[in-house]
Design a protein around this ligand. Structure first.
Ligand code: SAM
Ligand code: SF4
Ligand code: SF4
Length: 345
């Protein structure tokens, strides 16, 4: 009898801290229809040339080639982000092309939601798997202020309804919490989504980029929320599915669903960070807080050598040792950073 040959799985690509490359966040545009004060405050956008000219954006074809190269090296999860990804023309077509990549098991999108009524059905048909909608408060006046005068609550809630009608379930609601700004409205937001099947994720306000003039006094540590929420609706921790999960998940004991806490400031999670990021013009970053990246555009535009592209990505990942959140506050870490809307959240 012939013994079948056991084909060894290739050793996963790992960085210097033994973290594999598993997840890619792809920014498809740096422009946005909001001006959130913690991300893209309107007063920071003076002058021309803030946003990439459209000819500098990666084309759909180039994005597909890049994502394929990352999948070849171990990526299985892709998150489409921006800027506001839904303002990129033809996004459903791009999703459809990406959904055809074998081994890419999970395609998710983060959006501010207002264009979902127009696009949710097409995105679902194209093969998008999951949606996250950002919503910081149900208070109209505070939402108006936080979005730089651009967001209307009804539009975002309509966006969530449109995603539900298109068949998306377990929608994540991303909520950035700023002390003295929207923290007093969080319990109302949680009450609204309890029992809906969707899960609110409270995100500690982060020092990403420079234009938001971040200040530690505006951060509400997640531990405060655990105490406060537990006093009103008892909660218990949910086992992490993987070490790479960004949120610590909790479930309501009364069965009304889950919440997540993303505690980049108070409980950094660099040890499990398997995420790469690419900007809409093809710069590859290995950390949300990086100030230097690797330009992959020349390797996908006017160059068909995909081995060269893969080797460049591999060599960057193998040299990676980022752990910004764990080193925050140490000397040398007040560097100039790339803005969140450029890097992709
Ligand atoms: N425009 C889309 C949106 O807002 O959902 C996608 C891009 S946005 C940069 C991605 C996520 O980053 C959003 O959920 C947003 O709330 C979050 N974000 C932006 N600036 C942040 C900051 N300074 N701290 C924490 N989260 C932030
Ligand atoms: Fe736009 Fe999202 Fe940044 Fe708000 S957080 S300004 S919606 S990119
Ligand atoms: Fe990953 Fe950088 Fe965030 Fe740490 S600080 S979790 S390395 S993106």
């Amino acid at each position: 009898m012939q013994i079948p040959l056991k084909i060894a799985e290739p050793t996963p690509l790992q960085d210097r801290l033994q973290r594999p490359l598993r997840e890619l966040r792809m920014s498809v545009i740096d422009r946005c229809n909001f001006r959130c004060t913690y991300c893209m405050p309107a007063d920071s956008l003076h002058g021309r040339g803030i946003f990439l000219p459209l000819v500098k954006l990666l084309t759909d074809h180039e994005i597909k080639d890049l994502v394929q190269a990352f999948v070849d090296l171990g990526v299985r999860k892709l998150r489409i982000t921006g800027g506001e990804p839904l303002v990129r023309p033809g996004l459903p077509g791009l999703i459809q092309a990406l959904a055809a990549i074998p081994k890419l098991t999970d395609i998710a999108l983060t959006t501010n939601g207002v264009i979902l009524p127009r696009l949710a059905d097409d995105l679902a048909a194209a093969g998008l798997g999951r949606i996250t909608v950002s919503l910081d408060t149900l208070d109209e006046a505070i939402l108006d202020r936080m979005s730089g005068g651009k967001a209307k609550l009804s539009q975002i809630l309509n966006g969530i309804s449109a995603a539900e009608s298109a068949g998306f379930t377990h929608i994540k609601i991303n909520t950035v919490v700023q002390r003295g700004v929207n923290d007093h409205t969080i319990m109302d937001l949680l009450a609204h989504f309890r029992g809906s099947g969707h899960s609110v994720r409270l995100i500690e306000y982060m020092d990403v980029g420079n234009c938001n003039h971040w200040n530690l006094t505006e951060v509400v540590p997640s531990a405060e929320w655990i105490k406060k929420i537990n006093a009103k609706w008892p909660i218990r921790p949910v086992q992490r599915r993987t070490a790479a999960e960004t949120a610590q998940r909790y479930e309501y004991v009364d069965g009304q669903g889950e919440i997540g806490l993303i505690s980049s400031i108070s409980v950094p999670f660099c040890g499990g960070c398997t995420r790469a990021r690419i900007t809409a013009d093809g710069i590859f970053y290995t950390c949300l807080f990086a100030n230097k990246g690797t330009n992959l555009m020349p390797l996908v535009r006017h160059n068909q050598d995909r081995d060269e592209l893969r080797e460049r990505i591999r060599s960057v990942w193998e040299r990676r040792e980022d752990r910004y959140s764990e080193e925050r506050g140490q000397p040398g870490h007040d560097q100039k950073k790339v803005e969140m809307y450029r890097m992709g959240g």
